[in-house]
Design a protein. Structure first.
Length: 126
């Protein structure tokens, strides 16, 4: 894997999470998109839906497989990346720029329980 951004936190299920003001922005890691191959469709969560940490929140479909996207922290979905509807391949070309959804976290401290870049790098190199 190339670089894993140090400012992100990671779930073991390969979602990244980033604090943005009082919101958490969620996407999938470069490792995940690489394993999936060419992404052809992203099923995003509904705005207003509330998830617990670890709940399936959406699906990324590629030419190889469909994979659930899990909410890395608990919270309410307040935005989805509409751009992915017409250009799902953005997850392949820029996995750390192409976010999937934004949450208003129920407990912002949950972010600290996720892996840091070094911890995630160790997980995917096993």
């Amino acid at each position: 894997m190339s670089n894993i951004p140090a400012d992100l936190r990671f779930a073991e299920s390969h979602e990244w999470a980033k604090k943005e003001g009082d919101l958490i922005v969620v996407g999938i890691s470069e490792y995940a998109q690489d394993a999936l191959g060419d992404v052809v469709f992203v099923e995003m969560p509904e705005i207003g839906k509330v998830f617990a940490a670890g709940d399936a929140a959406g699906v990324v479909e590629s030419v190889k497989a469909a994979s659930d996207i899990y909410s890395p922290v608990a919270g309410e979905v307040i935005a989805v990346n509409e751009e992915l509807g017409g250009s799902p391949e953005l997850l392949n070309s820029a996995p750390y720029d192409a976010w999937i959804f934004k949450l208003k976290p129920s407990n912002p401290a949950e972010l600290d329980k996720l892996l840091d870049a070094a911890g995630y790098a160790a997980t995917i190199s096993e």
